[in-house]
Every structure is written in structure tokens, then in C-alpha cells.
Write a protein of this length. Structure first.
Lengths: 241, 253
């Protein structure tokens, strides 16, 4: 049984021409018959599966639909057509630190971020000192996040996000963060997570990382799958393009 | 429930964040309704105090109105706003978005309950006593939380789609406030106005609340029906509208 099963997924954004962000403008345009809706197709008939232990890399240029696909997998964007089934707990490593609030302390943010990802609050409370320590911000955990440097925030977010192993890992270019030392450390942890047996979907422009980590590659172009298969072959074809 | 712990954290965050940088912090939750009530009391007590029936007192009458109105206004705006302002989270991590709107309404409910303490003090200062029907205030609070969360959910879709909904809602809320007998007794109005005021559901909530707390109103059974029907209907409407339009709206965040 595949952990992730994406079948004929289509995502269409409805875009209002001359984007009227206000009711007044929409009303005016509708009366004049100018309100025109165009459908922007972000994903078209995308199908693939990811098994336990598989690492699937998604390749493609900006705007090819990679982020949309990750959103569909994360369950935040329902597909317009088709189905996307994901079994198990999802850890979305997409723009880490979503939900961080500058007025809350480091520890409170860790707790809240973890709860958003569906972790047990009681367990997280015990883990918080270790998370702070790993991120190298132990002394700051009881101060508001606004007093943190941006590097510290990124480190804390990374440490929190990667603190627990999930069955499904969605990774969007966050292979490493912070300064040189921390980059090494975070890269090692990320590799450890990716190779530890979860079902992984990895979006990356770093072909070296893709070749090193992926067991399968999917090449997206203009919203549809152009090629799918062995990473070495797909990367070669993608780079030749 | 799977998301209970998240709701608890969100409610706590909502309650503490508003006054995070102030010296007395959450103490403002107590002070705010007292100060507002005091100002309005100074302004209006000469005009309206004598218009209340014999055994009713103007100070608790007024303050009950303010507490309820604050709950509704703030709760509604915050729950309608909550989904747009948490867009960053909702486009990355899956949590049922409704949680944010519900938490905002619950935070309003907690604030409302905290506000009952100063209200009780005002009741005693005015020489009244708390009514034995006090536990029914809980029912009013829960019904109002339903009403707020339901309307908030429906509005949250509009808030994301159309920027100017906020301004329209603000004006509507102001009209609604004047159509609720917060600082005036219904009896001072002419017949037509009284009828309009009676059709405002918030009037029913408020009358029941005043009666249950310290006998400062005479709600009818119609008020009870009005309260329960509007709260359940609003909750149903909100969840329905939200479910229906969310898939298309999330793409706009």
C-alpha cells in the first residue's frame, strides 16, 4: 500500500480578470459585463505514488506547480478534480515557522507550532528545553520572539519542525538553515529524517541533493507530469532541457 | 476531540496577546468594561435612570449591555478576521480552519465571563442582589458564542474575498448597536422603534442576560425562542457557508 497516492489531480485557480478586491468594483464590473473569470490551471492530471521509505523529488521551473502540489499533499488545498490520499501524520517542512508570533516567547512559540503540527502538548512541554538547546537559543526561550535575531528564529523553527519523526515528510527547499556551523548540523538532521524510512516528497532545485537523496523523480512542467522515473535519468533529461 | 489542545492554546493566546505589552496585562479585561460603563453612566444616567421600572437599577443595566455588546462585536470581528490573519498557517499546515474562528468566539466568551465579576460588584453597589437564575447566564453566553462563531465563519469567507467587507460590517455593527437597548430602556422609544428593536435578536439575548443576572429585565418566552433559534441557525449557516466556499477561497490566501 502506497502511503501517498495521488490520482489524476487537477487544480484550477479561478482568477478574476482586473482583480477587483472590493465588492464595489465587482458590482460595477458585473453591471458593465466586464467581470471576467479566467481559469488558471496549476496542476493537470498529476498521478504518482510514494511508498514507505521512498524519497520522491519534484523537479520543475518556477511556476511549474511544485508548491501547489505540496499544498495538495499537505491537505491545505483541495484538488479541483482527482484525489490525493495520504496515510499517516504529515510533517510539512514548508516555510518553517508558520504561526510564529513575535509577541510570544520562544517556548510558547515552540508549543504552539508543535500543536499546529498535531503533536501532543504534554510531550512537547518536556521536549522544549532540548529543542531550545539544539537550536542554540536556550538562554532566550523565555523572551518574546521579537527579541530574537532572524537567524535564531529560523534555527528555532527548524529545530521544532524536525523534532519529531512523522510518517510523511513534505520538504520544500529547507535542507539547511542558519550560519555555516548550523547549516552542517541541520543538513545532517534533514538527511537523517529523509532517509529514516518515512515517505518523503522533496522539492528542490539542488540537483546534487536530489541525486543523493531521491529514489524517484517527478518532473513537472506547466502543471503536468513531463517525466517520471529514476532520478538520474530524470535529472539528466531535465538539465538537458 | 483531537483539536481540543490547539483550541485551548489559541484561546489563551487570544486572551493574553491583546494586552501583552501593557503593565496590568489581562487586568484590562476587568477594567475595560468598567471604564466604558462608567463614562456612559456619567453621560446617560440623568436621562435614562428614572425611566427604568421601579426595582431596576441603571448602572448594572448599562454594564450588562456593554459586556454583551463587547462580546458580540469583538468576537465577531475577531473570528471573521482570524482566518485571513492566519492564512500563513492555513496554507502550509493542515488544521481545520474553523478552529481559528471558534477559538476567537470562545475567547470572547471567556472575556465575557471575566466581565461578570465587575458586573456583580456593580450590582451590589447599586443595592441589588444576584438573581437565583444566575446559572442561566451560562446559556446566554454559549448561545452568543454560537451566534458569533457562526456569523464569524460566514463573514471570514467574505473578508478574504472582498477587502471592503470590513468597513461594511463595521457600519452594520454600529447600526445594530443602536438598535440594541444597551444604554436606553426600550420604553423610551416610540411604538415603531420598539418593534424594530424587538426584532433584533441581540435584544433578546440582552434581556435574558439582564433578567438572569439580577432581574433587570422581563424577557418573554419569545425572547428565549429567538435566542436559541438564532444561535443554532447562525452556527449551521456559518459552517455550511464555510464548507461550501472554503475550497475556492483558500487559493486566495
Amino acid at each position: 500500500m502506497a502511503v501517498i497516492d495521488v490520482k489524476n489531480v487537477n487544480v484550477t485557480y479561478r482568477v478574476l480578470m482586473n482583480k477587483s478586491g472590493s465588492l464595489k468594483e465587482l458590482f460595477r464590473d458585473a453591471i458593465k459585463g466586464k467581470a471576467r473569470v479566467i481559469d488558471y490551471v496549476a496542476l493537470q492530471d498529476v498521478s504518482f505514488t510514494v511508498d514507505k521509505g521512498e524519497v520522491v523529488a519534484i523537479l520543475g521551473r518556477n511556476g511549474a506547480g511544485k508548491s501547489t502540489l505540496l499544498k495538495v499533499l499537505a491537505g491545505v488545498l483541495p484538488p479541483t478534480k482527482g484525489t490525493s490520499k495520504v496515510d499517516g501524520k504529515i510533517a510539512p517542512m514548508i516555510e518553517l515557522g508558520a504561526g510564529f508570533h513575535p509577541e510570544m516567547t520562544g517556548a510558547e512559540n515552540v508549543l504552539f507550532y508543535s500543536a499546529l503540527m498535531g503533536r501532543e502538548v504534554k510531550h512537547v512541554r518536556e521536549r522544549t528545553p532540548a529543542i531550545g538547546e539544539w537550536a542554540g537559543v536556550s538562554d532566550h526561550m523565555d523572551f518574546p520572539l521579537r527579541t530574537f535575531s532572524s537567524g535564531m528564529v529560523a534555527r528555532l523553527a527548524f529545530a521544532t519542525a524536525t523534532d519529531e519523526q512523522a510518517e510523511v515528510l513534505l520538504v520544500d527547499e529547507v535542507l539547511s538553515v542558519g550560519d555555516a556551523d548550523f547549516q552542517e548540523k541541520s543538513k545532517a538532521r534533514m538527511h537523517e529524517l529523509i532517509t529514516s524510512g518515512a515517505a518523503v516528497v522533496l522539492v528542490s532545485h539542488d540537483m546534487r541533493a536530489v541525486l543523493e537523496l531521491a529514489t524517484k523523480a517527478v518532473w513537472l512542467e506547466n502543471g503536468h507530469v513531463k517525466m517520471i522515473g529514476n532520478p538520474a535519468e530524470v535529472v539528466a533529461a531535465y538539465e538537458a532541457n | 476531540m483531537k483539536y481540543a489542545q490547539l483550541i485551548r492554546l489559541l484561546v489563551g493566546r487570544e486572551l493574553t496577546l491583546r494586552y501583552k505589552r501593557s503593565v496590568i496585562g489581562i487586568g484590562w479585561t476587568l477594567l475595560n468594561p468598567m471604564l466604558t460603563s462608567f463614562v456612559l453612566w456619567v453621560v446617560f444616567s440623568f436621562v435614562f435612570a428614572s425611566k427604568l421600572p421601579g426595582n431596576q437599577q441603571y448602572a448594572p443595566y448599562l454594564m450588562a449591555g456593554i459586556l454583551l455588546n463587547t462580546f458580540f462585536n469583538q468576537g465577531l470581528m475577531q473570528s471573521a478576521e482570524s482566518i485571513a490573519s492566519n492564512g500563513g498557517v492555513l496554507t502550509k499546515i493542515y488544521v481545520p480552519p474553523q478552529i481559528f474562528a471558534i477559538s476567537a468566539a470562545l475567547a470572547g466568551l471567556v472575556n465575557f465571563f471575566i466581565g461578570l465579576i465587575p458586573l456583580a460588584i456593580v450590582v451590589f453597589i447599586s443595592g441589588q442582589t444576584l438573581a437565583w437564575t444566575l446559572p442561566l447566564v451560562l446559556v446566554v453566553g454559549i448561545c452568543l458564542a454560537f451566534l458569533t462563531a457562526g456569523l464569524g465563519l460566514a463573514l471570514s469567507i467574505m473578508f478574504i474575498r472582498f477587502d471592503d467587507t470590513r468597513n461594511i460590517v463595521n457600519v452594520l455593527l454600529m447600526i445594530l448597536m443602536y438598535l440594541t437597548p444597551i444604554f436606553y430602556p426600550v420604553s423610551v422609544m416610540n411604538e415603531t422603534m420598539q418593534n424594530i428593536i424587538r426584532w433584533n435578536p441581540l435584544t433578546s439575548y440582552l434581556e435574558i442576560f439582564r433578567w438572569a443576572f439580577s432581574n433587570n429585565a422581563f424577557p418573554s418566552s419569545r425572547d428565549w425562542i429567538f435566542m436559541i433559534v438564532t444561535s443554532l441557525f447562525s452556527l449551521w449557516l456559518g459552517t455550511y457557508v464555510f464548507k461550501k466556499y472554503w475550497p475556492r477561497t483558500v487559493a486566495m490566501l
